[in-house]
Design a protein around this ligand. Structure first.
Ligand code: KG4
Ligand code: ZN
Length: 333
């Protein structure tokens, strides 16, 4: 089955062609640069950029894959969560295409897409596994019983992990998006330079909180002179990153023990973080767990993961109605 995936929930316009939920023929991702000067995603600008980009990105996906629309068996598009304007561009485009060509259509949950990135890339991953989804909008620990059946163990009470990376990067003048800049800078820094809290690390819940950590970094920077700040930029980035990663790893390993799941995955933009991958791998080895994470292009928003999720959804539940609408706060469970 050849699936055409379309993803426009935030600031990436992406179109992919994926065979049997596993073989990526193309996965074109256009990251909108227009938001850099604003220091964050401007929803109205994002909607317009998706409108401008969707057809060229679609054409490129077919060109790279070397297939025709006639060969497509299923159209899958993100319906939420995300920004309503951007979501509507991809969803409406997908529905129009499906209707005009009588191709079945599925409306996909973006978070299910993120977790499907691991299913796509790791055939050996057990169906029942634990996943940590960490992106710019979400921080969730979920037990996947099987594809489509989930138990939400916990999520953030305030900021998402990626949001905290972006906000700390902004405070430090590193530009947007900031997560990858912190990751890069932190490699030369001392993670013990700042004493920072590990919010909620010891409590019994699987909830997270990141807004206090961001404020703690801000307060400590305020106490520094400009010279001290300049001298210790890498140390500040490393200290923040270490605190953020410690909480994610500790809670994920504890949840895996409680749920007795052998396989663990991380997904979403923050799963690209080199320190998170490193520490999670070490702790998984110690706890006798197998860790899987997507390759870098499949961590941040992309349409291949939407095509993969759409493929499994269609196999389990059949097509969606063409009346399916964009749902900005769509839940996974
Ligand atoms: O999954 P994603 O592309 O979009 C959402 O669904 O939100 O995730 C984007 C988030 C941003 O907050 C970005 O700063 C963060 O992922 N991110 C990273 C890294 N690469 C992207 N955070 C930490 N380290 C990275 N290497
Ligand atoms: Zn995402």
């Amino acid at each position: 089955m050849l699936v055409l995936g379309i993803e426009t929930s935030c600031d990436e316009t992406s179109v992919a062609l994926v065979r049997e939920g596993r073989e990526i023929l193309s996965n074109i991702i256009l990251s909108q640069l227009e938001h850099v000067k604003f220091g964050g995603v401007v929803p109205e600008v994002a909607s317009r950029e998706h409108l401008r980009a969707i057809i060229p990105v679609y054409d490129e996906a077919f060109k790279q894959a070397g297939v025709d629309l006639e060969e497509v068996d299923l159209v899958a598009a993100t319906m939420g969560p995300g920004l309503v304007g951007p979501l509507l561009v991809g969803l409406t485009f997908a529905k129009g295409l499906a209707y005009s060509r009588s191709i079945p259509f599925v409306a996909v949950n973006h978070m299910e897409g993120h977790l499907a990135a691991n299913i796509l890339e790791h055939p050996e991953l057990e169906e029942n596994h634990l996943t940590l989804i960490v992106s710019g909008g979400h921080t969730m620990l979920v037990e996947v019983k099987k594809f489509g059946e989930y138990e939400l163990l916990g999520q953030t009470k305030d900021d998402a992990a990626g949001e905290a990376f972006d906000k700390v990067a902004k405070i430090m003048g590193l530009g947007y998006p900031g997560g990858v800049q912190i990751d890069r800078l932190a490699r030369e820094g001392d993670p013990k330079f700042l004493k920072l809290p590990r919010p909620m690390i010891r409590d019994d819940s699987f909830q997270f909180s990141y807004s206090g950590l961001k404020t703690a970094v801000m307060m400590q920077i305020k106490k520094m002179t400009a010279g001290e700040f300049e001298q210790h930029r890498a140390d500040i980035a490393a200290s923040f990153q270490e605190a953020a990663v410690d909480v994610l790893v500790e809670k994920t390993i504890r949840a895996a023990r409680m749920k007795k799941t052998r396989d663990l995955t991380i997904s979403g933009g923050v799963a690209a973080n080199s320190r998170l991958r490193e520490v999670m791998q070490r702790k998984c080895d110690q706890a006798n767990r197998r860790l899987f994470y997507p390759s870098l292009p499949l961590c941040t928003d992309n349409a291949a993961m939407i095509a993969a999720a759409g493929y499994y959804q269609f196999k389990n539940d059949g097509p969606s109605e063409l009346t399916a609408n964009a749902i900005p706060y769509l839940k996974l469970v």
